[in-house]
Ligand binder design. Structure first.
Ligand code: ATP
Length: 606
């Protein structure tokens, strides 16, 4: 057992070693969104180069003054005279400072813009990918965690790119430039600096991967926290009705403390790295000071050059010290980038087959919406099949009710028709076309769904209905609402169609929410209407209004209706029961509903 655990740990480590590093994955995620900001990025790099040149020039005026003033103090003549030298040095200091300030301002501005543009595109891409991902992905993930990935993980990558990536680039270039000058000035003295450099880099690299790992853990916990909080907020009615706020609060607080520990660990590692770098820098400065003084006495360099050396050392090691600070930030951002990369890898979109075609347009006089299931077998994952070689044939314009005990697979049929899932065997057809061969957008456009709990979004009444067809006019929206028996809702509010709807439509009654959803479906003018328990949970008055609206929606359209509502059952053309994975036709008029109706089964065929 112990050996097994160890070997699996070794396997996991080996697997991780084969995978690209989190930083590389983060760059891979950002790369496709760089084009479009190329010019701005090039301008930023030019500005960084100008800043680096300014940094390199900065100590030289001081050197000129020292090397000019010392001989003059001991009575030696200075070429051009002291006043000229001092004025020249002062002007140079001001010019170099101006160049550095201007370049730094430009580079910050350019990179802030590039960062914002790239991450805005990345965020939109991740959001779109998530909305189009297969439902099996969403079944596995928690929505709060996904929100964290889209919003704060992307934000963290952006922040690190601008506040750490840009300075890092400038610092690396400065270090390289200074090393070149230092080597030219005195190669022996330069060796001291070069000796410390690898130590700092190795220390940064080792700690960087530990910071990434702690940050990864921290982000994971934050994602879980967001998942917990999102679930609790979405179900606030239940939470308060059951009085479980304190219990959930305690669970949240415990998870929160764990996340805090990981966050502190990442910070501790960063701080350790920065202080270690400080020590190495102190060591190098001490050695250069002692050894450099000796080199001046030996005549290898001038006192002014020693000052340049020491200033460079200070300036060289400042970027290195910053490098340690930025390593921590970048490592944390890499953990976020890795989460975004994971999301993009896993959130696979539902793809159309290469030969998929749009559903042919309706032709005048021809009825549409015929549904055929031929020999269909389906089960979720490895579970036993829910449908077993099932046959169902619904004529164009026919209204069919589907009944059967809970969990038998009624909603699964709707999922198959909308291609949320694919059959293991057999074919699902709409108007004689295998739905797998039809372009998904045209398949979804041809259908409208009303579920037991209709989803409304924060916005206006018109905006919510227009989701059914985005190019619908106000008059069409109003007509759909009136057809859905919501005329009183429009007339009873001073803002009519533009009246505000809160998130989840919480200010409307259950029946009104259902009728808004029916208006949305009406606006779509679908060839196939799919209804899943649309009247469950409504009171008598609301139910009557929803029934009226549904009557409009189903009129002349192929309708498949999952329900046990006797009123609805009495208005359909046929009732079919799903039993043991097969569709069986029920006799013309049933004594409905029963929890598990057992009419004489007859295999369904047209
Ligand atoms: N996404 C899923 N992943 C795995 N199993 C699922 C999934 N959705 C449904 N199931 C399982 O498939 C079976 C059929 O579910 P389905 O929702 O189709 O039943 P139903 O007849 O509509 O039930 P109800 O009348 O209670 O709504 C159930 O046993 C359910 O647990």
């Amino acid at each position: 057992m112990g050996r097994e655990t160890r070997s699996s740990r070794i396997c996991a480590t080996a697997q991780r070693a084969r995978e690209p590093s989190p930083l590389r994955r983060t760059l891979g995620v950002l790369r496709p969104h760089l084009p479009g900001s190329g010019r701005l990025a090039a301008l930023g790099v030019l500005a960084v180069l100008a800043e680096v040149v300014a940094r390199l020039l900065e100590p030289w005026p001081v050197s000129w003054v020292i090397d000019g003033v010392i001989p003059s103090v001991i009575g030696q003549p200075v070429a051009g005279g002291i006043p000229r030298l001092l004025i020249g040095a002062a002007v140079a200091v001001v010019l170099v400072a101006a160049l550095r300030a201007g370049a730094a301002y430009l580079s910050t501005l350019a990179f802030a813009n590039v960062g914002a543009q790239v991450t805005t595109r990345l965020r939109a891409h991740v959001h779109e990918r998530l909305l189009g991902a297969q439902l099996s992905f969403h079944d596995r993930m928690r929505s709060g965690d996904l929100v964290t990935r889209v919003v704060s993980d992307v934000g963290r990558v952006q922040e690190a790119g601008v506040t750490a990536g840009l300075p890092l680039l400038a610092n690396v270039l400065t270090v390289v430039g200074m090393l070149v000058v230092v080597v030219i000035l005195d190669p022996i003295l330069a060796l001291v600096v070069l000796g410390v450099l690898p130590l700092i880099l190795i220390s940064g690299r080792l700690t960087g991967s530990r910071i990434t790992s702690a940050s990864r853990q921290q982000r994971k916990r934050e994602g879980e926290l967001a998942g917990d909080a999102g679930e609790a907020f979405a179900a606030v009615h239940t939470v308060q009705a059951y009085g479980i706020g304190a219990h959930l609060g305690q669970r949240f607080a415990n998870a929160n403390v764990k996340g805090l520990k990981d966050g502190v660990k990442a910070k501790r590692l960063s701080a350790g790295l920065e202080r270690r770098t400080d020590l190495l820098v102190g060591l190098a400065t001490g050695v250069v000071l002692g050894f450099g003084g000796w080199r001046v006495l030996a005549g290898a360099i001038t006192p002014g050059e020693l000052v340049v050396f020491i200033t460079y050392l200070k300036t060289t090691f400042k970027p290195l010290r910053d490098l340690a600070k930025h390593t921590g930030r970048i490592a944390r951002a890499a953990a976020s980038g890795e989460r975004i990369a994971d999301t993009l890898d896993q959130a696979m979109p539902v793809r159309d087959r290469t030969w998929a075609r749009p559903l042919p347009a309706r032709r005048p006089g021809l009825s549409v919406g015929a549904v055929d299931l031929r020999n269909v077998t389906f089960g979720y994952g490895d579970a036993a099949p829910i449908l077993r070689r099932a046959e169902l044939h619904v004529r164009a314009g026919e209204r069919v009710a589907l009944i059967g005990p809970s969990g038998v697979g009624k909603s699964t049929l709707i999922n198959l028709l909308l291609r949320f899932i694919e059959p293991r065997g057999g074919v699902v057809e709409l108007d004689g076309h295998d739905v797998q061969d039809v372009r998904l957008d045209s398949l979804r456009e041809a259908s409208a769904v009303v579920l037991q709990e209709s989803v409304l979004f924060a916005g206006t009444l018109a905006e919510n209905v227009r989701l059914g067809r985005l190019d619908a006019t106000d008059a069409e929206v109003e007509a759909a609402l009136r057809a859905a028996a919501l005329g009183a809702l429009i007339d009873g509010h001073p803002r009519g169609l533009d009246q505000p709807i809160t998130e989840k439509g919480s200010t409307l009654s259950g029946g009104q929410r259902q009728r808004v959803a029916i208006a949305r479906a009406l606006l779509r003018n679908p060839r196939l209407v799919l209804l899943d328990e649309p009247t469950t949970g409504l009171d008598e008055a609301s139910r009557a209004e929803v029934l009226e609206a549904l009557h409009h929606l189903a009129d002349g359209r192929t309708t498949i209706l999952v329900t046990h509502d006797t009123d609805l059952l009495s208005r359909v053309d046929r009732v079919v029961e799903l039993r043991d994975g097969r569709f069986v036709e029920c006799p013309a008029r049933l004594p409905l509903p029963t929890p598990n109706p057992t009419p004489n089964p007859v295999e369904v065929s047209r």
